[in-house]
Design a protein around this ligand. Structure first.
Ligand SMILES: Cc1cc2nc3c(=O)[nH]c(=O)nc-3n(C[C@H](O)[C@H](O)[C@H](O)COP(=O)(O)OP(=O)(O)OC[C@H]3O[C@@H](n4cnc5c(N)ncnc54)[C@H](O)[C@@H]3O)c2cc1C
Length: 398
């Protein structure tokens, strides 16, 4: 089936209420695309650290850039629970390309939740088609977890806002064309977050890419340093039109972001498990497949249980998110557990592959290199456990 047929099929399914059958049809289309187009090119792109431009065109056809954008703005309007399953499928073959639409959709969801009507109609239809492809620029060389310590400034003038600063590790900054930039509009504000605002900017207008970073894993996808050198952006680029809401606008999207990253972790875990399950039946030692040794069965059993538990945690968090309930605790649990599962399964799979795990001729070393990032991005796993504990205490006061 051609990709365009799949896009047409997915569009035909687009309506307000998504059914189990719709979800099955979408996941089937994504599964065919992953097996037919993503898996075969993963190793070559990863090793050469080259950007998979061909996948971007296919993602546009599939509608992935608008997956969770409302149909009012040309998106598919998928629930988070279906979206998480799509992300998991992609990551089970190659985690990196999921970043091309994940970071983009975090920006889109911030616009849809908190933008002005004008910003929504200006940005979202173009983001849904992939004409505008973006991400979020929060982290700076001196501040990641502690975002309130950022130094990027946005100074209001009659002509617009003058932006100055540097950002680092920004996904989609080189191959995308727009970013949501977090900056300080008031450096004296107390509490500090009241002086923070978010800006919707295009490449060249609001930032320049100064350096592509070389990475252990998550290769092929652009993670770059940005230079924001006296960039004048119009007043209407201020997200929501009111200063001082930037941190809330960004943090409000993190629940969905965490569900996404959890899905990427579970996908890595499942992909590693599948590779190991196959290899364990092929490789023989002492006259039988290693899958028949109990030591290997213990590993496979633990990996499979953790992947299954991760999926349930993700489903629980996504369903709460879809029903509009607060889900920071559930998203935190899912993100923590599923991403640690990704690391665990990729490590155990490395052991099962023995010496061949170290060969770049095999896929498993990529899962091992990609897995650790999921424990760091979208709020580190240290912070997730702290969020879970705080919520636990708040929900269970004595
Ligand atoms: C490949 C890649 C892609 C990325 N993409 C993006 C992107 O698109 N946009 C973006 O804005 N950022 C991006 N990031 C940045 C990422 O979000 C940050 O690296 C992450 O938030 C952690 O920040 P940090 O690196 O400054 O670590 P730090 O904040 O310096 O933390 C260092 C350690 O201290 C711990 N720690 C910090 N504070 C506390 C505390 N209060 N209590 C307990 N432990 C604490 C952390 O858990 C961690 O273990 C990306 C990073 C990478 C590596």
């Amino acid at each position: 089936m051609l990709i365009t047929d799949r896009r047409t099929e997915m569009n035909e399914l687009k309506h307000d209420g998504w059914t189990v059958e719709d979800e099955d049809a979408i996941l089937d289309a994504i599964g065919k695309w992953v097996d037919g187009e993503v898996r075969p090119i993963a190793r070559e792109h990863d090793q050469a650290d080259t950007y998979p431009h061909e996948l971007v065109e296919q993602m546009k056809e599939l509608g992935l850039f608008g997956a969770i954008i409302s149909p009012d703005y040309g998106g598919l309007g998928l629930p988070a629970s279906t979206y998480a399953k799509i992300v998991m499928k992609v990551a089970s073959a190659w985690m990196a390309p999921s970043g091309i639409f994940n970071s983009h959709l975090i920006m889109a969801s911030a616009i849809e939740r908190t933008g002005t009507e004008q910003q929504k109609s200006d940005w979202l239809p173009k983001m849904a088609t992939g004409e505008l492809r973006g991400g979020i620029a929060l982290t700076e060389p001196n501040a990641g977890t502690d975002l309130q310590a950022i130094r990027t400034r946005a100074e209001k003038t009659n002509e617009g806002y003058r932006l100055n600063g540097t950002k680092t590790w920004i996904t989609n900054s080189l191959n995308g064309n727009c970013l949501m930039i977090l900056a300080k509009t008031n450096t004296e504000a107390t509490p500090r977050h009241k002086g923070m605002s978010a800006f919707l900017t295009k490449k060249g207008q609001g930032y320049e890419v100064s350096k592509k970073l070389s990475k252990l894993g998550y290769r092929s996808i652009d993670s770059c340093e940005l230079l924001i050198d006296d960039k004048l952006v119009p007043h209407n680029t201020l997200l929501g039109g009111t200063e001082g809401r930037g941190l809330q606008q960004v943090l409000g999207g993190l629940e969905l972001g965490r569900i996404n990253v959890a899905a990427r972790g579970a996908g890595i875990g499942e992909g590693a498990l599948m590779l190991a399950t196959r290899y364990a039946q092929e490789r023989e030692t002492f006259g039988k497949p290693i899958a028949q040794h109990q030591a290997i069965q213990l590993k496979l059993g633990e990996m499979a249980s953790k992947v299954a538990a991760s999926k349930l945690l993700i489903e629980d968090a996504a369903k709460k998110y879809d029903s509009g309930q607060r889900c920071d605790m559930e998203a935190g649990m899912a993100k923590y557990f599923a991403t640690e599962t990704g690391v665990f399964c990729s490590q155990e799979a490395m052991r099962i592959f023995g010496g061949y795990s170290y060969s770049t001729e095999y896929e498993i070393e990529r899962f091992y290199r990609d897995a650790m990032l999921m424990c760091i991005g979208e709020g580190t796993n240290e912070m997730q456990r702290i969020i879970v504990a705080k919520q636990l205490i708040e929900r269970n006061p004595i």
